[in-house]
Design a protein around this ligand. Structure first.
Ligand SMILES: [Zn+2]
Length: 178
C-alpha cells in the first residue's frame, strides 16, 4: 500500500495519548521524516498487518472445514467397507448376494427432503429420485451432508452400499475368471 503520497490527500484529526505522540515524534526523528509521513507509514503497516491476519484466519478456517469433511467421508467409506466385509463373511454365493441387494433396495432408507415421502434404497441408488415427487436425491449421497433433513438411516444406507460393493466385487471376480 502506498496511498496518500501521489493521490488525493485527506486530513485526519485524531486525539492520541501524549505517550503515543511522543513515540511517533521520536520514530519520525529517527528516520528523518516528517511526523505526517511517519504516521502514514505506520498506519499503512498496521492496516496491511490486519488485512493479512484476516486473510490468514479465513484460509485457516477453510482448511479446517475441508479437513473435517474429508475425515467424515473417509469414516463413511471405512464403515461401508466394514459392512461389505461383514456381509461377505455370511454369504456363500452370488445368488445370495443378489437376493440381499434386492432386499436392501426395497428397504425404506429415509425420507424425501422435498415431500417427506419415504424413499427406498432403489429410489436412492438406482433411480436417484423420489418415487413420489421425482425430486433428485443426489444430495443425499453426498457424504458431507448425510442426514440433512432427510432422516436418512445411515445404517441401512451403509448396509445397502456394502451389499452393492459386494455384488460389484463378485461381478469383477467373475469377469476376471472368464
Ligand atoms: Zn419427494
Amino acid at each position: 500500500m502506498d496511498c496518500g503520497r501521489l493521490g488525493d490527500m485527506a486530513t485526519l484529526y485524531a486525539h492520541i495519548p501524549d505517550s503515543l505522540h511522543a513515540a511517533l515524534n521520536s520514530y519520525a526523528k529517527d528516520r528523518r521524516v516528517k511526523l505526517t509521513a511517519a504516521t502514514v507509514e505506520l498506519l499503512e503497516t498496521g492496516l496491511d498487518a490486519v488485512a493479512n491476519a484476516t486473510t490468514r484466519v479465513a484460509l485457516e478456517e477453510r482448511v479446517a472445514v475441508a479437513t473435517e469433511q474429508a475425515a467424515e467421508a473417509r469414516a463413511l467409506a471405512e464403515q461401508a467397507e466394514k459392512a461389505r466385509a461383514a456381509l461377505e463373511a455370511t454369504l456363500n454365493g452370488q445368488t445370495e448376494a443378489y437376493a440381499l441387494v434386492g432386499g436392501r433396495l426395497n428397504q425404506p432408507i429415509g425420507r424425501c427432503p422435498s415431500c417427506r415421502h419415504p424413499i427406498s434404497g432403489r429410489d436412492l441408488v438406482v433411480r436417484n429420485a423420489c418415487g413420489s415427487c421425482s425430486a433428485p436425491l443426489s444430495a443425499l449421497l453426498d457424504p458431507r451432508t448425510p442426514a440433512a433433513g432427510s432422516g436418512l438411516n445411515t445404517t441401512e444406507y451403509l448396509l445397502l452400499i456394502g451389499a452393492l460393493g459386494l455384488l460389484v466385487g463378485m461381478a469383477m471376480a467373475q469377469s476376471k475368471k472368464s
